[in-house]
Design a protein around this ligand. Sequence first.
Ligand code: BES
Ligand code: MN
Ligand code: ZN
Length: 503
Amino acid sequence: MFSEVRVESRPVPQVVVVGRFKDEDLASLLPKKAPWAGVAVEASQRMELGGGDLGKIAEAFPAPTADGPSRVVIVGLGKKGSFKAEQARTAIAAVARRLASVKAEHALLALGPALDAAEMNATAFGRCAGEAFGLLSWDNLAFKGSVGEKARKESPRPSISIDADRKASRTGLEYGLALAESVNMCRSLSETPPNIATPDYIAGLAQKMAKQCGLKFSVIKGKDLEKEQLVGHINVGKASENGPCMIRLEYTPEKVAKNKTKPAVLIGKTMTYDTGGLSLKVNNGMVGMKRDKDGGCAVLGAMHAIATIVKPNRPVVALLCSAENSISDEAYRPDDVITYRNGVTVEITNTDAEGRLVLADGFCWACDKEDPAYIVELSTLTGGVVTALGSTFCGMFCDDDTLRGRVEAAAAVSGERVWRLPMHQEYRDMMKSPVADILNSNPNRKAHAGQGAAFLSYFVKDGIPWCHLDIAGVHVSESDSGMFAKGSNGWGVRILTDLIGQE
Ligand code: BES
Ligand code: MN
Ligand code: ZN
């Protein structure tokens, strides 16, 4: 939508944005003695019906003066009592969309009085506004060719500078914009098609990013996967000429806090394509499976934000478990049995339950090698979670009260919603195999999302807090609305960043 968004203060704003609550009058929320207050109030009255509804926009055009704006945008903020971060994001996204459509060059967000009235923290508001502008500056045109190029030249994207009437909000704006950059990086990688975004490609990108922002990078692939007995990667990736790899990034604080020497470990499912393997996906189930790498993309985006803006005093390790689940005469098959590095044997019953197989390597590795304080893992793991929660909540499996509390707190700040789903010994029992220790999918159709979590639990050492987030329902936006364009929305970057930000 925007080619660039900057924070800039101007003596005379081109556009001023004010807020208005439902069933409340606008005048009390306007900056004192604003010469354009009269026309703004008039404009807001003209659209009285629904005027304060969340995201509704009215505009006023004051007579030109040397020290006044040429446009006033009045945005509905909904009920005063329910104006929170989520509403701020929605309202500012509507404003940003309007400003883009009129090609505004500069806008001052003058919502300070409204924030006071709603008792909303000005920094938190600024961050939400920065996110909205930043996320709306991403587009999904990277793979448009000569035809799309022509259209783009005919209507170039505007750049805009924004400002806020409170210093704290300005600080928030900068933070939100920076965070959005990390999210946008994640979205662009997610959208990159599978013929380009292979495991090697992602490793290359991670390496480049690591160099730019001072992270340690390493990758395990080829023969080294065998040496380390990362059998999930080896088997799931066997059928593809684009070989599997496990990518490792490490953030090291300048000064590690005494009680925070153990790293937080973030694990991401990074399936560059999921055909289902020999248990081939049918009925169009394959379309869109380029986004089966979105857990890893989110972890990558979060590491970018952690290294560039959060800089916590605890080390953070990222593991991206990457492979392409394809078919060939060399493919792994239903009935195969594989032995993990923790000794657990797995009977393959369905090659389409591949994510848990590569993630098991990640969990084994983390528990063996990283001495983690806790593990948080993101994956587009099951269709079952989409049935259960739709696109409204991510499915969260976490039985450690402290870690779960922290993940829920991060969800509240980031607006990326999670809903707890249950773990139970009965689900673990469902994973028992007659021939091996466990199977990768129970053929009965019960509790698919829970089966995924139960499977993973066999690869976590006792005593290490862990959280599995099944993002299969939430990682794509179906339509162009709010802060998001249709397509990958980068779900996970913000919640992970906020989680680590609590350190
Ligand atoms: N990547 C899919 C899950 C998925 C489904 C993600 C829809 C996004 C949208 C996963 O690898 C998969 O195929 N899961 C199967 C598991 C089943 C075979 C046990 C599923 O959920 O159907
Ligand atoms: Mn699958
Ligand atoms: Zn998958």
